[in-house]
Design a protein around this ligand. Structure first.
Ligand code: HEC
Ligand code: HEC
Ligand code: HEC
Ligand code: HEC
Ligand code: HEC
Ligand code: HEC
Ligand code: HEC
Length: 261
């Protein structure tokens, strides 16, 4: 389990208000194929991935490369827990009706199917700062490919090209090229932002100078504190590194290598 649950503030906030959720979450994280209730479709039964393959060959072919495909069993009893139908619901009526849409769930429109297994992600989207998924203004698929190998597409973080694929589609200001690049960007947006939701403004992982200090070590010297060879002992009292007017252009700058606008 990663992201917000590691954060001590988030724990304090959530264990206070949602202890029941946290309890359920521990049972979900030790996934054994039985915890999740797949979406319900009145009167339909499970048919297994092989049946879907008859008409959806391309998706069925790439599915084994997905994080979800790794959990797949051909055993029909497990169909609702590990296969296509764990997200789309039992398919018998959809198949009998030659692919009629009203008999299959499309979780691209409604993330409830995902939350059956990812309870902790549901809680993250309930935090005070969040991407508006529960509000229906965007969905999981805008950042995750449900069928193929690219389920964590925005998190790769190896190159700007990867980031540009997803976050950049909506956030041009932060992802365009800069004359003075901030190398932190190469490690991905998630080194500073919680992608789902956060208790901090701007979805930040940490609200204060610690956000920056995890990469920029403080070096004690002669009663002062050096960061990047500059004495910061007075400066750190003025506010966070970006709000105190010092490094306002955290994503990169076109005019100043010290990350200023
Ligand atoms: C007999 C062929 C056939 C089989 C078998 C079949 N489908 Fe479909 N499916 C279709 C067709 C045709 C459509 C497109 C319907 C349309 O465009 O109106 C479709 C559409 C869908 C959609 C999109 C629904 C939407 O809201 O856009 C999903 C999801 C889906 N199928 C999942 C499955 C799953 C999961 C299985 C296996 C359990 C399966 N299908 C088996 C023919 C089939
Ligand atoms: C992790 C959940 C999940 C699993 C498992 C899953 N899907 Fe999907 N599927 C989705 C989501 C989410 C969408 C909506 C995609 C979108 O809107 O771009 C979708 C869309 C579809 C569609 C219609 C849109 C399209 O991309 O053509 C079909 C058909 C489909 N899935 C079939 C399958 C089949 C067949 C399998 C098994 C091989 C499968 N799905 C496994 C989540 C899942
Ligand atoms: C039947 C349970 C189930 C459902 C439904 C489900 N997932 Fe998952 N998901 C899993 C399991 C199990 C893993 C693997 C966890 C691991 O590898 O530690 C996983 C992993 C993931 C990962 C992380 C992959 C990684 O490599 O870390 C993402 C992202 C994800 N799911 C998104 C979704 C989305 C989006 C939906 C709905 C469209 C969805 N899941 C529906 C069970 C489910
Ligand atoms: C704004 C883009 C975005 C949206 C929307 C989004 N995710 Fe994610 N998600 C990410 C990124 C980026 C990561 C990788 C986080 C990391 O590496 O720290 C991630 C990680 C995950 C993981 C694995 C790690 C974890 O936090 O448990 C799961 C499971 C997951 N997402 C499920 C979902 C589901 C379900 C939805 C829809 C309800 C969703 N995500 C919507 C960007 C997004
Ligand atoms: C499909 C479009 C879309 C994608 C993709 C997307 N976002 Fe967002 N993002 C939004 C929307 C919409 C908001 C909410 C803006 C609002 O409420 O006015 C938002 C808000 C934010 C905020 C908070 C801004 C603020 O002023 O509080 C941050 C930070 C952010 N996104 C980072 C990311 C990161 C990092 C990724 C990739 C993992 C990403 N976004 C992917 C649409 C998107
Ligand atoms: C080095 C840490 C860091 C990295 C890496 C980072 N951000 Fe940010 N981001 C911040 C900080 C700090 C703020 C708050 C700035 C402020 O309030 O003035 C912010 C603010 C934002 C905002 C809100 C902008 C606004 O005007 O309110 C968006 C959107 C955003 N970031 C998107 C992204 C995206 C997309 C990526 C990856 C391409 C990314 N960030 C990478 C630190 C980072
Ligand atoms: C993921 C690691 C990482 C994070 C987090 C990070 N940085 Fe950086 N930053 C770097 C690297 C790597 C460099 C380039 C090497 C260097 O100058 O130390 C850099 C360079 C800089 C520079 C230019 C230094 C110079 O002398 O040219 C400034 C200013 C800066 N960062 C400010 C910040 C601020 C402010 C934050 C917090 C919002 C932050 N950084 C967070 C990795 C990071």
């Amino acid at each position: 389990m990663r992201s917000v649950w590691r954060h001590p503030d988030a724990w304090a906030l959530l264990t206070g208000s949602a202890a029941a959720t946290v309890f359920l979450l521990s049972s979900c994280s030790s996934f054994d194929g039985t915890v999740a209730a797949p979406p319900h479709i009145e009167g339909a039964t499970f048919v297994g991935n092989q049946t879907c393959a008859d008409c959806h060959t391309n998706l069925t072919r790439i599915f084994p490369t997905s994080a979800h495909g790794r959990y797949h069993r051909d055993d029909l009893r497990m169909a609702g827990s590990t296969g296509c139908e764990s997200c789309h619901g039992p398919g018998s009526k959809h198949v009998a009706a030659a692919g009629a849409r009203q008999f299959i769930v499309n979780p691209g429109k409604d993330p409830a199917a995902c939350f059956a297994c990812h309870l902790e992600v549901h809680a993250e989207f309930d935090l005070p700062q969040r991407h508006p998924v529960l509000e229906g203004r965007m969905n999981c698929v805008e950042c995750h490919d449900p069928h193929g190998p690219d389920i964590l597409k925005p998190a790769g973080g190896l190159a700007m090209a990867r980031l540009n694929e997803s976050c950049a589609g909506c956030h041009r200001d932060q992802t365009r090229p800069f004359v003075f690049e901030h190398e932190a960007m190469r490690e991905g947006c998630v080194s500073c932002h919680q992608p789902h939701g956060s208790i901090n403004a701007k979805l930040l992982v940490q609200r204060d100078a610690n956000l920056c200090l995890k990469c920029h070590a403080q070096m004690p010297q002669g009663g002062g504190v050096l960061i990047g060879k500059v004495d910061h002992s007075q400066l750190l009292r003025l506010g966070s590194c970006w709000s105190a007017g010092c490094h306002t252009a955290v994503h990169g700058s076109n005019i100043n290598p010290k990350m200023l606008y």
